[in-house]
Design a protein. Structure first.
Lengths: 511, 530
């Protein structure tokens, strides 16, 4: 019984979130959708408690090392890192929902319920070595996201987004499940750790053994599972849903999809690749195959960033542009995974943290701007810079960060990604990524151009002080983090991630 | 005074933050703050130049150093030597002049001066940074204010010019970044290996025993000893059939060459110059172009001397093409400002030629030419600004006989033109002559031919400047301008210190050369591959 309670303690953050979701739903039913600000505050309090629990857990994990609950949930620093940022981004998204004038028209209680549900899914997805639980987490995240994308019931675009999302999502989930079932058939286990390395008597066969016997089924299975992740993080060629869904979904939802959902997808991808190919004790034959997977990821990264950036060049809508930009950024993060080293994984994690920060800012700006003008095309931004200087300059900071220029966290993140990639022998990929930053400058600064370089169009200014304040704080964080502040929550913690996955360190001395 | 370089660098930042808190209607206070925030660094820089700096030493002086981002082994490391001190002073002077020269700007003054001060921080930072990471951060920090300064306050095609400037420079700097990352990895592995060669190369520098993987002096020491060859990287010093040093050399060189700008990377410059408001053109031509030349001798050639040695003739050729082609294109311009812009391409060509020759005269001449072009080009852009403010166009053929109504303006312009075309007795002559003589002395084959060709550039330069003078000032007075006002006191005051320098350094160039001599000697020693 004690052991049971102890294990419940390990998943306390998830339990709090679950309770919170039910509470929010019930309260909304009782209040019949009236005055939903209180629900927002309740959500924020619940998220704060979750965050506090996660911080406690982080400290505890440092003392005790990785823990397992119920034989399925793996509580390690890698997962906790992503959970912390999921909670952080959820809090910001909740604030966005509360402050977004457009969203208040719609029944808002379910909104919070679905967002919390999605993050519970993300929580389980990032903290399990068991493919079944991973799939369940992913599906929970996806189902909540589908409904959120279609949340504007009257809007055709929103409905279209939801439908596209669900069709693509269903297809890719099917593909991934097929891959998982192949893996299960080959190894006799759903546990990634056992697939990577099966000790005597565990009843499982390691993937390496199967690979030596017949490489083709193993290759197919791994690639199919990767395809499922690639869809979740919108890597080319599984990105087609992204622009339409991002555009059609309510903007706070888009923010969550671009930030929380994508990071969870990457977390699962990194864990999958790490557990199968990079942990201590996996056999040499599978490591060699892992290198090939790394090369495949490198090629996908190059194509993804290039295609994302080139497509973003031609977008008139800021929302669509940010959608393509998020595809391009998936390519950058994938560089870290493609390095197949612990530095690469840490760099990918750090870049995701940076990406949270700058993308939350950029989408927050979009919400502000939609609130002011009711439009989302870049040309309507004309003169924003002169009428809303604080918000506009904050946006410039986010644009600079997204381009990857110093002194922002975007630059810092890109720099360590470049290290990891060059160190892994992917110098060609780094050159492609560098050229891509130049391309991305062009479309990011179309926004700055529209805001500052053109004369203002007369228009009634509508100020949203709360949102402006959030953006300002995010902008300051973006710059300070770029100057090396917040070493612990960002860089220090990201370095812990791969260690907790027990990825064997390459000769880290020289870095 | 401790931390003087940090004070010089960050005083403008303090001014910028102060300006942000001033209500935007209070323009006189904003201007006062801007004057103070550019004036104080000038005072400090003057004191530094004549008082604190030891001109007999080639060492880095006034060093401030502490660990900044430990995870990257990046340091806050600033210092100054003979190569940078004159440019720091010139920066302080030109930015200080830039403020009163901007008093005519009426649009969004608060943002304007805030951005101007931010730009100054970036420029100072590049000149004093001795840590490559810090250097790169400052290098990029300059881009954003410049983009907005051209883009918001510029001419009719400002949007195009601003983004073109930004894209070109960024294209260069991402190449730099790739090279920088590779260098940093190689440095890390070398220093950690702690072999006897590495230790002996680093002994005598401050970097021994410090894990400063980004330190430019450490890179110079290891690069000079022939150790920084990428042998520790996964591709083992040989990438796609070319040596690591060659890649690094070209990536860094192109990054800086775009800034200089060297033919064929110069096409952003005429657009940026023509569209930028006058004070920004002054700063662009006076200082920003020097960053390219300075970057080469600080953070490119000495780090990969092998690459420099292999390709110095190519650099000389690029320099000569810039000299002749820039002058020739300037000859064909009808826009006054565009003509001056192309003349900058031509004048900066001497810098490259002088450096490539690798002789003491050539290198000193190049360093001197950077300073002298800073003053003379600034004068020329101020001259263009004066006429543009009055006539609202810059068509060289649209004036005529202005000497009759604007005698004082004519006198100052003539002086500026002669300084630019290298009349003996004025500063431009000394530096151009030194680079050419230095290049002619070069033991490397083929440089004599380059010098002979580049003399053509001098002739064409004289031609376009004198022809422009004739069209604008001489001949019959264009009746449209019979009531035009002569240059006013503020404008004279902006130009006077620069013209004074043009004359003074034409007569007594050793007021610069003495300061740079030890550093130039050391640089040449570092660049000479055994």
């Amino acid at each position: 019984m004690n052991a049971y309670i102890e294990q419940m303690g390990l998943i306390a953050p998830e339990l709090v979130l679950t309770a919170l979701s039910l509470f929010v739903l019930t309260w909304d039913l009782l209040k019949k959708g009236r005055n939903s600000d209180h629900i927002g505050y309740a959500t924020l309090v619940g998220l704060a408690v979750t965050g506090w629990l996660l911080l406690q857990q982080w400290g505890m994990l440092g003392d005790k090392g990785t823990q397992t609950a119920f034989g399925m949930v793996t509580i390690d620093r890698f997962g906790t890192f992503f959970k912390l940022f999921t909670v952080g981004s959820m809090a910001v998204v909740t604030l966005f929902v509360m402050l977004d004038k457009n969203e208040r028209k719609h029944g808002i209680g379910e909104y919070y319920f679905l967002l919390i549900g999605a993050s519970i899914g993300a929580f389980f997805m990032v903290s399990t070595n068991n493919l079944l639980l991973l799939m369940l987490g992913l599906e929970l995240l996806s189902l909540a996201s589908y409904s959120l994308a279609g949340f504007h019931k009257g809007s055709k675009r929103s409905a279209e987004a939801a439908l596209k999302y669900i069709v693509f999502g269903g297809l890719s989930a099917g593909v991934m499940l097929y891959g998982i079932s192949l893996l299960y058939g080959l190894t006799g286990t759903l546990d990634l750790g056992l697939m990577g390395h099966a000790p005597e008597g565990s009843g499982a066969v390691s993937l390496a053994t199967q690979f030596d016997a017949s490489p083709i089924p193993v290759a197919i299975a791994v690639v199919l599972v990767l395809a499922g992740f690639a869809y979740k993080v919108s890597v080319v060629p599984f990105h087609f849903w992204t622009p339409d869904v991002y555009e059609g979904a309510p903007t706070p939802v888009t923010t969550f999809l671009a930030v929380g959902s994508k990071a969870a997808g990457f977390a699962a991808l990194l864990r999958f690749v790490g557990a199968l190919f990079l942990t201590d004790g996996v056999d040499a034959s599978i490591v060699a195959y892992g290198d090939r997977i790394g090369f495949l990821l490198a090629i996908l990264a190059a194509i993804t960033m290039t295609l994302g950036n080139l497509s973003a060049l031609r977008q008139g809508s800021l929302k669509r542009m940010l959608a393509y930009s998020s595809i391009a950024h998936a390519g950058y993060v994938l560089m870290g995974a493609a390095s197949m080293t612990s530095e690469g994984f840490a760099a990918a994690m750090f870049y995701l943290a940076a990406y949270y920060c700058m993308n939350l800012g950029a989408f927050g700006f979009l919400i502000y701007f939609e609130g002011v003008t009711g439009k989302d095309d870049i040309d309507s931004l004309k003169g924003m810079g002169w009428r809303h200087p604080v918000v506009a300059w904050s946006m410039v900071v986010f644009l600079v960060a997204l381009t990857g220029l110093p002194p922002t966290v975007g630059f810092y993140g890109k720099l360590i990604l470049f290290y990891a990639a060059i160190d892994a022998g992917l110098a060609w990929l780094v050159i492609i990524a560098a050229i891509n930053s130049v391309i991305s400058l062009f479309y990011y600064f179309r926004v700055a151009k529209s805001m500052f370089l053109t004369e203002p169009v007369p228009q009634v200014p509508m100020r949203q002080h709360g949102l402006a304040g959030i953006l300002c704080v995010l902008a300051v964080v973006t710059v300070l983090a770029g100057l090396g502040a917040f070493k612990d929550p960002l860089r220090g913690w990201a370095d812990e991630g791969p260690a907790s996955l027990e990825i064997y360190a390459t000769d880290a001395g020289s870095r | 005074m401790d931390h003087i370089l940090s004070w010089i660098t960050f005083l403008p930042l303090i001014g910028m933050i102060a300006i942000l808190f001033v209500p935007k209607a209070n323009t006189s206070l904003i201007k006062t703050i801007a004057l103070a925030a550019t004036g104080l660094p000038l005072v400090l820089a003057t004191w530094l130049y004549f008082g604190l700096f030891d001109k007999m030493s080639a060492d880095l002086q006034m060093v401030d150093r502490f660990t900044w981002i430990a995870g990257l082994n990046a340091e806050y490391y600033v210092g100054i030597d003979g190569l940078s001190i004159a440019l720091v002073w010139l920066t302080a002077l030109l930015l200080f002049i830039g403020v009163p020269a901007s008093f005519g700007i009426n649009k969004a003054q608060k943002s304007y001066y805030a951005l101007l001060l931010l730009l100054e921080v970036g420029i100072f930072g590049v000149f004093v940074a001795q840590d490559y990471f810090l250097f790169y951060v400052f290098w990029e920090v300059m881009l954003l204010p410049m983009y907005f300064l051209i883009g918001i306050w510029g001419g009719p095609r400002r949007e195009y010019a601003a983004i073109k400037f930004f894209l070109y420079t960024l294209a260069g700097s991402v190449l730099m970044l790739v090279a920088l990352v590779a260098l940093r990895l190689d440095m890390g592995a070398l220093i950690d290996s702690g072999t006897a060669e590495v230790v002996s190369a680093l002994s005598g520098t401050e970097d021994l025993g410090r894990n400063a993987y980004f330190s430019i002096p450490a890179m110079t020491a290891l690069g000079g000893a022939g150790l920084l060859t990428g042998s520790t990287l996964p591709f083992g010093g040989d990438f796609l059939g070319m040596q690591f040093t060659t890649w690094v050399f070209w990536f860094l060189f192109i990054g800086f060459a775009i800034k200089v700008p060297v033919f064929p990377f110069h096409t952003w410059l005429p657009d940026a110059h023509v569209q930028a408001p006058t004070p920004i053109s002054v700063i662009l031509a006076g200082i920003l172009l020097k960053l390219g030349g300075y970057g080469m001798i600080r953070a490119c050639f000495p780090i990969v001397p092998q690459g420099f040695d292999d390709y110095s003739y190519a650099l000389g050729v690029l320099g000569v093409i810039s000299i002749v082609y820039g002058a020739y294109v300037a000859l064909g311009q009808t826009d006054f400002k565009r003509m001056v812009a192309y003349s900058s391409v031509s004048h900066m060509g001497y810098v490259l030629l002088g450096m490539a020759a690798l002789t003491e005269w050539g290198m000193s001449g190049a360093a001197l030419q950077m300073f002298n072009h800073g003053t003379s080009a600034a004068v020329l852009f101020l001259v263009v600004g004066v006429i543009y403010d009055r006539a609202h166009h810059r068509d060289l053929n649209g004036f005529g006989g202005l000497a009759q109504v604007m005698p004082r303006y004519w006198a100052l312009t003539t002086l500026g033109f002669f300084a630019a075309l290298g009349l003996p007795g004025l500063a431009g002559f000394v530096s151009e002559a030194m680079t050419l003589v230095g290049a002619y002395q070069s033991p490397r084959p083929g440089f004599k031919l380059l010098v002979i060709i580049s003399v053509l550039g001098i002739v064409i330069t004289a031609a376009f400047l004198l022809w422009a003078m004739q069209r604008v000032f001489l001949g019959n007075l264009n009746p449209k301008y019979k009531d035009i006002k002569d240059i006013n006191a503020r404008e004279v005051l902006c130009q006077a210190p620069l013209l004074f320098l043009c004359i003074f350094l034409g007569i007594l160039p050793h007021y610069l050369l003495d300061w740079m001599r030890p550093s130039v000697a050391l640089l040449i020693q570092n660049l000479t591959v055994n």
